[in-house]
Write a protein that binds this ligand. Structure first.
Ligand SMILES: [Zn+2]
Ligand SMILES: [Zn+2]
Length: 970
């Protein structure tokens, strides 16, 4: 089939069958009242709740869209629109409303929190997907709130008290807790206001706090339930203890740091007087708690002494020499002291060998006199004392410098002490009768794909942790938090050995019926209540409409650093509690998808830390670039599985993008002067190739953006919008529309209609990323829209749907591609030939022999306009190349531009050759460096990546210059 035939036929088909599938462009009876006239900017007046800023805006209601200010003022738009959206209740969810559900709970920031870039990124991505889902017609809920953050908040208030010279003990528990609540009323939740400034479209009427009455009830209920099932239990174990916070910490709350210490070699005399055994230790201060010395069972050096006794120096105790596989033969002398009361490995070895446990320290981390012979010393002071005595008495053989890792409190950086202590635990890997363990259920749910991680590789992190999970120490010796619902009987004659665990304070002891009871002092780890967040916030344990409708949630969007703290625990609790119970068809996961946000780094790829001084304050960049630009940048840089590199350049580019959109709007509105409101719809048959082409490109963008958002490819989604707006709409269509806009009549009407249609739909797909500027501009063009289902504001407008059939035939698309390529070639040849950028030039198209000229007539005028061509000559293939012309090759033709008079080809070629030489030298140097194994071994990953990128750039430059050299051949 000849191209000509198919071109005509397909074009006809496309034009013929469109009235069915594209309702927005079809004719509507003229009698139907245009919805745009009923609402719009005018209606702002009638809402008493709108704030002063909004009112002052609406007094200018006679200001038409044509007078859109010259530049975008982000600040005023941000304040006005956010307040209005809230006042209108646009973000308030209603479980009674129809529609598929999209629900999401915010990772509750600490009530002490200050907005940082991690939050800004998290909230931006939340808001992108929530706004898109809302527009797509989902029954959408985004539930916000804060976490009481037990230890963090208690520390903040303790520091405040310290300024007054007081401790929490001076106030007493009740007064101290009252003081924390007071602090929370005054300063807490500041972060939620900062989230609002980012445009977070949360349902603010449903804001929750982990210490709310309802959430506390959920905590108590779960605790009692799991205790009765035997999954919560008490045990006396070695735990991480912060002597400053005076509380137990879970393993996750321990930060490991490298420290310079020493290795002390101490002689322990054999009890039978046959010699000494030298042990090496990094912690001589705990030796008074030794209950054995251990060696490896296959260590030949010590075969003869295993089973003997040694005399523990500085004491009159004799302790056994035992053999255990856990001993590292390479460490020190291969003989180690075993202190089950103060070391985690020793605790395990002690349990295996039935060794006694001795505690040397009290809860403030100081020595206890009874056990040590000297009371009230810090471990550091005790160490000095003991080392000194060992030396004096001749037990110390030698001391060597030694680097090792120490654990510090993640909240206050105090050196932690492992101490023995009675605590409450949640059994996570224990198998209840006929039941999967909590961790087992949570593993299976991810294995069977009920919950999916994005990027998928985080599943491995989750699995490896869950498979090695230890029982969770859930009690904390703090005052701020959920107090454990357990009471002790104070009757001395009572035979009860277990606490009374109950949802409400018990009247009397069930064993002795006495009523002298006291509640356990401990509170629960703050992550216990956060673990219930997805359903406690929806009203569980009540069977609320919210719970039935919005649980399980659709998505969890959070940082990788809390996969264990939070994600894993929500999985375990959610699957165990199964909040919808009998109503649920099957066991429900708390969320179907988990998206792990990337880590934000600075422009040099460095992690942002206070000590580096490279921390970017989101509020400051929002002030500088506008919130829309910050949001757009963060979304655009969110590539799954890759760190996010934030730079001023990127932010400035996003601001430029906002300005580009603003200017495009000004162009559109300027050209609507005198146009009817709304515009009369135009039948597709009336549209030219350029019009149908841009509508086709828009449909493609809509399809691709929708898909990218569905797949959490935020970067792709943002880029698609950007490409469409900047390159296709602004660079091409706006230019192409200028001529018909000037022509008047039907062609002008068609161009106006397509400009407005594109702008409307473009703003809709832009809205999730840049909610403020898109709302502002949408209000300006809204009066021209003839959509019958028009909403008053973009925040609740419908997500556009792409037409089922394409607007243009394949051959037409090909023709437009040729048009664009030709125009681009003319523009680049213009500069190569040394013309001024605005200079109108003579251009030639010299098609190859087999080229079909028919399509050319449809677009040659576009190329003339956009290429600023004074004269476009179409040559025959048989015509020779005209002289004084520079040429660029295409697959189907050669495009040429005439050079100005006196153009020196030789000089131009020399110039390009010189540039080419420079680029080649540079490229060679970089390639050599890159290929050098010595360099690669030393350079860090960032430097290597930089060079790699540089090489790519230079290769591109080389290619361009070589092509230009080719183009300058006469
Ligand atoms: Zn601490
Ligand atoms: Zn009792």
């Amino acid at each position: 089939m000849r191209i000509r035939d198919s071109f005509a036929r397909q074009a006809k088909q496309t034009r013929g069958n469109d009235n069915v599938s594209r309702p927005e462009l079809t004719e509507r009876p003229a009698s139907e009242p245009p919805s745009a006239l009923r609402v719009g900017l005018l209606s702002l007046d009638h809402h008493p709740e709108v704030d002063a800023a909004t009112r002052s805006q609406s007094t200018k209601r006679e200001r038409t869209a044509l007078e859109l200010s010259k530049t975008f003022d982000p600040k005023s738009a941000e304040e006005r629109w956010f307040q209005l959206w809230i006042d209108r209740g646009y973000f308030t969810a209603d479980p009674a409303k129809p529609g598929k559900v999209f629900s999401i709970v915010i990772p509750p920031p600490n009530v002490t929190g200050q907005l940082h870039l991690g939050h800004a990124l998290n909230v931006t991505l939340h808001d992108v997907i929530v706004r898109a889902r809302r527009m797509q017609g989902y029954n959408t809920l985004w539930l916000p709130g804060t976490d009481h953050a037990g230890i963090a908040t208690q520390n903040v208030v303790e520091r405040e008290l310290a300024k007054e010279g007081k401790t929490r003990h001076d106030l007493g528990r009740e007064q101290f807790v009252a003081r924390v609540w007071q602090w929370r009323e005054l300063y807490g939740g500041k972060i939620l206001h900062q989230l609002r400034r980012l445009g977070a479209s949360c349902d603010w009427s449903r804001e929750r706090f982990t210490l709310d009455e309802g959430l506390s009830r959920a905590v108590t209920k779960v605790f009692v339930m799991l205790y009765r099932e035997g999954l919560i239990y008490r045990d006396y174990r070695l735990i991480n203890w912060c002597p400053r916070c005076e509380t137990a910490l879970s393993d996750l709350e321990v930060e490991h740091k490298d420290a310079q210490g020493s290795l002390w070699h101490i002689r322990y005399p054999l009890a039978d007087g046959t010699g000494t055994l030298t042990v090496a230790t990094t912690r001589p201060e705990t030796m008074l708690g030794d209950t054995a010395v251990a060696v490896h069972p296959e260590d030949d050096r010590y075969r003869d002494v295993v089973g003997k006794l040694v005399r523990l120096p500085l004491t009159d105790r004799q302790i056994p020499i035992i053999a255990d596989d856990a001993v590292d033969r390479q460490f020190g002398t291969g003989a180690v002291k075993i202190t089950p009361g103060h070391d985690f490995n020793d605790f395990e070895i002690g349990r295996r060998h039935g060794l006694p446990q001795i505690s040397l320290l009290d809860t403030s981390g100081r020595t206890m006199a009874q056990q040590t012979g000297f009371g009230g010393m810090t471990p550091q002071a005790a160490r000095a004392e003991i080392v000194n005595r060992l030396e004096v008495l001749g037990y110390l053989e030698k001391t060597e410098p030694h680097r090792h890792s120490v654990g510090v409190c993640s909240r206050c950086e105090t050196l932690l002490e492992p101490i023995l202590s009675p605590q409450w635990y949640l059994a996570v890997s224990k198998l209840a009768a006929n039941q999967e363990s909590l961790a087992g259920k949570a593993i299976k749910a991810v294995e069977r794909g009920a919950t999916r991680f994005y990027p998928k590789r985080w599943e491995n992190t989750y699995f490896s942790w869950m498979h090695n999970i230890q029982d969770w120490c859930i009690s904390r010796q703090l005052w701020w938090g959920h107090r454990i619902p357990a009471w002790w009987c104070d009757n001395h004659n009572c035979t009860r050995t277990e606490p009374i665990v109950a949802e409400a304070s018990p009247e009397s002891c069930p064993t002795c019926h006495g009523n002298a009871l006291h509640q356990v002092e401990d509170v629960l780890d703050t992550w216990f209540s956060s673990g219930l967040w997805p359903f406690s916030t929806l009203g569980w344990p009540e069977h609320t409409a919210d719970l039935a409708r919005y649980y399980p949630t659709s998505l969890l969007l959070t940082g990788f650093d809390i996969i264990f703290f939070w994600v894993a625990r929500m999985m375990m609790f959610g699957l165990k509690i199964n909040p919808n119970g009998a109503e649920a068809m099957a066991e429900q996961v708390p969320f179907r998808d988990v998206y792990i946000t990337p880590l934000v780094r600075d422009q040099f790829g460095k992690k942002m830390t206070k000590s580096r001084g490279n921390v970017v304050d989101p509020l400051e960049i929002m002030e500088r670039y506008g919130t829309d630009a910050v949001r757009f940048t963060l979304a655009q840089l969110s590539v799954q599985g890759r760190d996010l590199i934030l730079s001023d350049d990127r932010l400035a580019a996003s601001r430029a993008f906002a300005n580009k959109i603003w200017n495009a709007a000004r162009f559109v509105l300027m050209n609507l002067e005198g146009a009817p409101q709304p515009l009369a719809p135009i039948a597709t048959a009336q549209l030219g190739l350029a019009e149908r082409w841009i509508l086709s490109r828009l449909d493609k963008a809509i399809r691709e953006v929708s898909k990218a958002i569905d797949e959490y490819r935020f970067n792709d989604a943002a880029l698609i919008v950007y490409q469409f707006v900047w390159h296709e709409f602004c660079d091409w269509y706006i230019e192409l529309s200028k001529e018909p806009l000037k022509a008047g009549g039907e062609r002008q009407a068609a161009a106006r209609y397509v400009l407005v249609t594109c702008f409307d739909r473009m703003l809709r797909i832009l809205h999730p990323f840049m909610p403020f500027i898109s709302e502002e501009l949408w209000q300006a063009i809204r009066p021209y829209l003839s959509d019958t289902s028009l909403t008053e504001h973009l925040a609740v407008a419908k997500w556009p749907a792409a037409a089922e059939a394409d607007w243009i035939a394949e051959v037409e698309a090909l023709a437009m591609d040729r048009c664009i390529a030709t125009t681009e070639a003319i523009n680049s040849l213009r500069s190569l030939a040394g013309h001024h950028p605005g200079q109108r030039v003579t251009a030639v198209i010299r098609p190859h022999a087999e080229f079909d000229h028919d399509g050319l007539d449809d677009w040659r005028n576009y190329a003339i306009t956009l290429g600023k061509v004074a004269e476009l000559k179409i040559l025959a293939a048989s015509d020779g190349r005209p002289t004084g012309t520079v040429f660029a090759p295409m697959a189907w033709a050669e495009i040429g531009v005439a050079t100005p008079e006196g153009f020196d080809f030789e000089k131009a070629r020399a110039l390009i050759r010189k540039k080419l030489d420079e680029v080649e030298t540079h490229l060679k140097r970089n390639q050599e460096r890159f290929g050098n194994p010595g360099f690669r071994a030393k350079a860090d990953a960032e430097t290597i990546a930089e060079i790699e990128q540089k090489i790519e750039e230079l290769k591109m430059q080389k290619k361009t210059l070589e092509a230009q050299l080719e183009q300058l051949q006469t």
